[in-house]
Write a protein that binds this ligand. Sequence first.
Ligand code: NDP
Length: 293
Amino acid sequence: MTAQIIDGKAFAAHLSKQVAHGVKTVKASVTPGLAVILVGEDPASQVYIRNKGKACAEAGIASFEKILPVSITQAELLIEIARYNADTNVHGILVQLPLPDHIDAQAIINAIDPLKDVDGFHVINAGKLAVGQDGLVPCTPLGCILLLKDKLGSSLAGKHAVVLGRSNIVGKPMAQLLLKESCTVTICHSRTEFLSQETRRGDILVAAIGKPEFVKGNWVKPGATVIDVGINRVAKADGTTKLVGDVDFTAASEFAKFITPVPGGVGPMTIACLLRNTLQAACAIHGVAFPLG
Ligand code: NDP
């Protein structure tokens, strides 16, 4: 079997257009605004933030950026968060992670107004997801579930889903979303025994571990849908580098029915879902029906 590629780039472009249309429909009531805070001058993060700003502009979302020195104290950063919490033009606040070691990242995230927590990492939004209440859902797992629903539709119910990774950013919320879709969910991590036996049980296999091409072809159940969240930069023989996922794409494509590539799979969905979450937050704050609901 040669798997059909799930084109995350095309789906993300479609979703971003839907968001842009949604922004137009709520324009009379609110112009959604997203604030991004970056601590330090990491060039990769700066590029990422520029891309977010561009994506916001294309969707009609106002964007605000704050680049703060790496020496900033936790107390000073909390003041910046409080300013954006109080700013009525801002409906989404995103703090670029990781933060320097002297700052407690979870304390910063929990200082964000949960209604503006477009990353969905606040303990209140994580709790809402766990108990099945509506809230803001982390962008990457949200992107994965939208891709899965698009490919598998209502047939997600009853499927065995195996999630590799248990981070608060990807693995855990991914498992919660799959559970919400009535999948039977197995979560694997670095202490899981007989990992390949577990992965081979998955009708759906989501890999989010940050290990290049770790999942081998014969770890995939024939006919499974594989969602590769991993983004790993590896060296090529000619001295340049390339991006690969957590799954050996070529080998896994011989077993899977559907598979996301890296790049061009989950990655583009993350930014599109950030736009979606910002529109959702703006609608919730202003009591307007969410047009993509
Ligand atoms: P973390 O490092 O926070 O978590 C990694 C998880 O993988 C942990 O739960 C860890 O287990 C588990 N793990 C590590 N090694 C193994 C192993 N050998 N076998 C089984 N499980 C293992 O990473 P993130 O969740 O933040 O990110 C995961 C990947 O997804 C990275 O490549 C990251 O770059 C990518 N990513 C991509 C995004 C996108 O937009 N496409 C967005 C966010 C992340 P344990 O808990 O036991 O340590």
